[in-house]
Design a protein around this ligand. Sequence first.
Ligand code: BES
Ligand code: MN
Ligand code: ZN
Length: 499
Amino acid sequence: MEIATHAHNPRSDNLDCLVVGVYEQGILSPAATLVDAASDGAIQSFLATGDFAGQCGDTQILYQLPGLATQRVMVLGLGVHGKISDSQFRKAIQGASKALRQAQIAQASFYLLDTPVIRRSPAALGKILVQTVMDSDYQFDHHKEPSEKPQRSLTHLHLNVSGGAEEEAAVKQACAEAQATARAVAWAKDLANEPGNICTPTWLADQAQNMAQRTGIKSTILGPDAMEALGMRLLLGVAQGSRQEPRLIILEYWGGSEEQAPIVFVGKGLTFDAGGISLKPADKMDEMKYDMCGGAAALAAIQSAAELKLPLNIITVVPASENLPDGRATKPGDIHKSMKGLTVEIINTDAEGRLILADALTYVERFEPDVVIDMATLTGACVIALGHQTAAVMGNNEGLVQDLIRAGKESMDRAWELPLYEEYQEQLKSSFADLSNVGGRPAGTITAACFLSRFTENYRWAHLDIAGVAWKSGENKGATGRPVSLLVEYLLHRARQVA
Ligand code: BES
Ligand code: MN
Ligand code: ZN
């Protein structure tokens, strides 16, 4: 998709379709006013029919208006003037994207960056617009017959800037960031949507290596022998029930100065979670191919950093494994020793994510990180606590947690903190080992983070539980690419501090 910024008059803009905003109660945006004036009041007379209330996301395409170079003008409802939130703006753009797709329009010119949205600059709106359009345009259809594939049509996206040159420069920069982020989101979705028979630990490692080669990132892939030598018995204990070998994917992007301690991402790369001997019920088990979404996000975030040439040092580590029942699988009650030395009683083999993460979190100590951020589809309890809107964040450093919450707000990829009080650690006591891998039903998301916290004492750390946000079920089943936008926003913020 070609994305460009312009300072056009809508009258002479000759792209396939112009998108202009209309508010409730018949209030026209500046661009809609210009179109209306040029076309003998075509928008006003359309509104006079009473068929269009201007509600957020409503659309109507008007054809061949007089006095304009374009053939089509899409009137887009934006809601109540003066009361538009960023969520509503995004919803409106989703409506416009859908209508553009249905009409199979190839080029669209948006006149929306002057929309007054609470606490959002034109550049911030440009970012939301580009990401939303690219997100809505995503398809995962390469396993389908070509005839069954819906058409993908948008090739040109123009953003009109009404401010000055300074504003246009800011919008341009925002668009570049948005495009790199959107590409990363799409890649994370591609990795995650691939079924478990294709997306195995080995395949995931290959994809990571290909990306690394293309972007100039250093990559190292460890297999079971190297893991054995490192003492990663928790990771190996999860993988031992599978015929697919586990992989530890390590990517290093050194874009910062030599003395700059790296930002480390660790992502859960469980390519299929059947639960192991503590087998999951069959209902929706197919969705456990998405249990590698944390890993996909960690890989995609470092890709964006490399593409944007951020002046940062970043490491991504993804422990990748399957979790299946088998004659050799770990059994409830088995005890494994972690790389860190702590022993763990595996009370429930379905609490496997924390096990593979624990060894990966120990492994990353060697990088002497500035911060470590892990992301994982870790607990069903998180879906109950925060639903599908918000990720959970916990950690051992309040500043880092707040930075992530802020990045989530800014990118509209939101996260909210749950308390990691030490009293919760009680629930992880084991009769026979240093700790148990489950803490019972109460506060399941917190006790999972408590488990991780036992392996992250030597650095600043935060954990994102993305179980509720990483994919959608039902009719629109598919990966969301979250929390890639949050992570890239965090990196951009860190990069601004360096520069
Ligand atoms: N990958 C799952 C968590 C999950 C479940 C995410 C459903 C999204 C939807 C994780 O490995 C798991 O099975 N967790 C268990 C932990 C429990 C056994 C303590 C869970 O949440 O049920
Ligand atoms: Mn599980
Ligand atoms: Zn899992």
